[in-house]
Design a protein around this ligand. Structure first.
Ligand code: ATP
Length: 488
């Protein structure tokens, strides 16, 4: 038999294992004796009342600073610990040693956020993490969780994460109304969607979220974020205070519909590189011009617009393109990310794989957004070390919840779970019409020479104005002009 369990040993062991409970008792008992128990009860009542009011008035801050601790404590003792033995035994996670003594995995702690509970477990002797991996579905069912996942914390210790609720199942995310005028746009508060508490979620393109990295597998909803940002900027685009430089290297599939409102647009990797050169040259020039005048910060205006560069698939530029494109694009992108904040340069990059090969300069994006990603390792690659341990389970976002993401901004430790509003094709058409109606968007396009001798932008040619034989001539001319047959 093992060590004999006398009542004194059991009590002593319990006290040893619960230092917080013992500490609280040690403080409260003498305080109660000094101030009287009635006063203590009053103080406790007032504290509870204040907590409840805080929870009712502002659930998100209550949850952040107090709710999650209280909930973790409550759920540990009332739900998980109470059922622990029964659940692990019925899921086949109790083993025995050579003497036939039961070896039970130990629940050593619970952490909780609004959506997930994390149980820290010390495994029983003879177990390996995979034993828990195989029992995940059974454990999730036993604790009535939507989903479960397992993480290795250190040798012998794992975390089991249970998703308790899915707020976005019931929450419709309204598309924010398009701001009517530039006065209605606050660059520090561009509304993109809602967080898990139903609060509007904003990006601050002025100071905090100056460059944004979005990661998400195909169909995860990157488009809704990218269109959402443009929608929030609409009056500024219309007034020429914001200019969009868009690289859509997948042949313009995602952003082709918006080309009329873009200042510059590229549909292939080589065009993307040329666009990037123009972008950097423009901001470089502005940096020197303003530097000479002693101006160190700008407000977006027609003279000094906010130049927002959007690259829809970074991998197509940085990993899967020809070497000469890759190398130069890396250099230009790093320059764009480091040098033009004060003169109005902003970069928003999207990728399916946030790996080092694709985005070696991840650290230069102050704001990172992880939509549904392929692998658990992608979460920390995108959001930063330790973010998955803090509850950013982007790899567990269900496929039916496109647009849901974990957003990590500088200056805030925990990632936020957010869903972007979705822009339909009609919303996009409305946005393009709105942004172009004043004629302030002046697109840069590769020029082509028309049969009548004028040099113009191919996207503005109405081919119906020409006879068929002239039409042939244009195509031929474009082919000869730059050797690129992709111009349509
Ligand atoms: N925020 C959203 N809310 C609801 N549904 C969405 C949202 N975003 C996207 N969807 C749905 O998911 C589909 C795929 O979205 P989207 O094309 O934006 O994905 P993606 O990440 O850009 O994929 P890809 O990399 O293949 O372009 C959309 O057609 C739409 O039906």
């Amino acid at each position: 038999m093992g060590t004999e369990k006398t009542p004194a040993r059991v009590v002593g062991g319990w006290m040893w294992r619960h230092p917080r409970t013992m500490g609280t008792t040690a403080v409260l008992t003498p305080t109660g004796v000094m101030v009287g128990y009635q006063t203590m009860l009053w103080a406790a009542g007032i504290a509870v009342l204040m907590g409840v009011s805080w929870r009712l008035l502002d659930a998100p801050t209550f949850d952040r600073f107090a709710g999650r601790l209280l909930r973790a404590w409550w759920r540990r003792w009332v739900i998980y610990q109470r059922q622990w033995m029964r659940v692990v035994a019925s899921c086949g996670l109790v083993t025995s040693d050579h003497r036939g003594d039961q070896l039970v995995p130990k629940l050593v702690g619970v952490r909780s956020n609004w959506v997930w509970d994390s149980l820290h477990i010390r495994m029983a002797k003879g177990q390996e993490p995979e034993d828990y991996g195989q029992a995940l579905d059974r454990l999730a069912n036993s604790f009535k969780a939507h989903a479960a996942s397992m993480r290795i914390l250190k040798p012998g210790k794992i975390a089991l994460d249970f998703q308790r609720r899915e707020p976005f199942n019931e929450m419709a995310i309204p598309l924010p109304a398009m701001p009517e005028s530039i006065d209605a746009v606050d660059l520090r508060k561009l509304e993109i969607g809602r967080d898990e508490f139903g609060r509007p979620f904003h990006l601050d393109l002025l100071k905090r979220d100056i460059h944004v990295l979005l990661a998400g597998e195909t169909g995860a909803g990157k488009g809704s974020w990218l269109w959402g940002i443009q929608r929030a900027l609409a009056p500024l685009i219309r007034a020429g205070h914001v200019r969009l430089w868009v690289i859509d290297p997948k042949g313009g599939m995602e952003f082709g519909g918006g080309r009329e409102m873009f200042h510059d647009f590229a549909e292939s990797d080589r065009e993307g590189l040329e666009l990037m050169r123009r972008y950097v040259a423009e901001l470089e020039k502005r940096k020197f011009d303003l530097g000479r005048q002693g101006i160190r910060d700008t407000t977006p205006s027609r003279e000094t617009p906010l130049d927002v560069l959007i690259c829809d698939e970074l991998a197509a530029m940085t990993a899967y393109s020809d070497r000469d494109i890759r190398v130069e694009f890396h250099q230009l992108l790093s320059k764009g990310l480091t040098q033009y904040r004060a003169v109005g340069g902003r970069i928003i990059g999207a990728t399916q794989e946030p790996t080092k090969d694709v985005v070696p300069m991840r650290g230069l994006f102050p704001t990172k957004i992880a939509l549904r990603v392929d692998a658990a390792s992608y979460v920390d690659m995108c959001l930063g070390e330790g973010m998955r341990d803090l509850g950013a389970f982007a790899d567990k976002i269900p496929a039916y919840l496109a647009g849901v993401a974990y957003a990590k901004t500088d200056g805030r430790k925990e990632p936020r779970r957010v869903r972007a509003a979705f822009s339909t094709d009609d919303d996009i058409a409305e946005l393009v019409a709105f942004c172009t109606e004043l004629g302030n968007v002046t697109p840069i396009r590769p020029e082509v020479k028309l049969p009548d001798g004028t040099v113009t932008n191919p996207y503005q040619v109405d081919f119906e104005d020409f006879e068929d034989d002239e039409f042939e001539e244009i195509e031929q001319f474009e082919g000869e002009d730059d050797g690129d047959e992709e111009i349509a």
